[in-house]
Structures are given as C-alpha cells and as structure tokens.
Design a protein. Sequence first.
Length: 254
Amino acid sequence: MSVELEEKHNLVLPGDLLECEKNEKTIHILGQGIYLTYDNMLYHNNKLLATNAGIEQYKTIGSNNVCNIEYNSKRYIPQQGDYVIATVTNSYSTHFVCSVANFSNTVHLPYANFPQATKKNRPKYENGDLVYCRVKVLRKNLPAELECMDSETGNKDGFGILEAETGRHSAVLSCSLAYCRELLFNDKGFSLLSKLVKNNLGFEVAIGVNGKIWICTKSLTETLCVYKILEACEKANKVEHDGIIEKFVKEFIK
C-alpha cells in the first residue's frame, strides 16, 4: 500500500475553512481534527471545518485522498483508515470487543473482518491479546468497526495478533499521537527507525496512531535498548537522535 504526502503546509485554527474546500479538492476520507457540517444536505452545501489548531495535511492512500489536521495530543479519537493497536477485552458470537485508548469507548472487531474467515474458521483470541488492525467504519452513536485485512484484496497485509515467538521478547511503548504518526508516515523526514537498523538493531515493530508502539527483538537487552531509544527520542530534537542511539547501544548491546 502506497502512501504519498503533499509538501504543502497550511496552519489552521478551530473553525477555519480548509484549503481543500477553497480549492474544491476531492477528499474521500476525513482524518482527525476535521468536522463535516450538515448545513444544507439537500443542496450539498456541506463544509469541512477544523476542530483543532494544527497543520492541514493531505495524503493519498491507494486511490483515496485523505485529509487531516496534524496536531500533538495524547487523547485518541478513532478515524476511518487509522492503523491502531487494539487490546481484546471481551468476545461475543459475532465479534470481539476491543479497546484502543484508555478511558474511551470500546470498538468492535467482527469475525468477518479477518482474511478467509467463516462461521467455522473463527480467530481465537483471548482477553488481553494485542491486535494490529485498521479502523474500517465509523457510525454515529455506534462503536467504530475494525478490520484485520485489506478490504480491497482480502489479504492479511501485516494485520493480526501481536505476539512474540518462542525465544523472542516484546514490549509496548505508550507515546504521543503525533510521534507515532511521524514514525509511521514520515520515514524520509524522520528516519529514526532507519537509523536503528543501520546500528545493527534487528527488531519487529508495529505502530498504531492511537499512541502505541509494539517492539519485538531476539533478546531482552535489545528490546530494552530499542524501547529506551524510542522513548528518549520522542522529546529530543532530530539532531540529538544519533547521540541517543549511540548512548543506549553502548549501554545495552556493547
């Protein structure tokens, strides 16, 4: 799945009309920080307004144009198309009940939203399991719906349960939403993960825009090393990243 970002940056404040409205740009999916008004549905006179102060940003995911307001926050509100790390809290005959953020409404993960799922072939997850998935549908006054596959192809595409194999060690880091989005979508301008690989740190990672990062390596010391590096780099400038990586690699690995 290709993700293309536009370089244009536009600062908006709550209540501002977005540039895509002024330029009549087609937006298929609305991200965080945007409100769709219903002033006149009969004549299609709806408007997109900003609900948070931040940077208006556009990206293309597959064939869909996505618009969102980039701002820093620790409170996650589900948006269609978001990649999240969910925790299974309960299960019913048709779906799992999951949590994507503390002190927020639960979301549903139907059994039908898994690849090759049937009535007999249901995924078997336990309470407390971590699942990497994507927000599929948002409905008013109803829980958001997640999926563990690509809806267009039906393939797994890296989604599913997050668990360490035998002999490997994993950990979950909680951080700000903006930091997770930078790691997930801006590898060219924010190449922290690439720098870790260049320092011979082999690891698996799953990043959810709900403020969760899952890390898995072959040893406990490497897991702690990657965890400490990601935690320290969140509040540091980009120019300080190399020094932070070198410091923790010497402390835990060499």
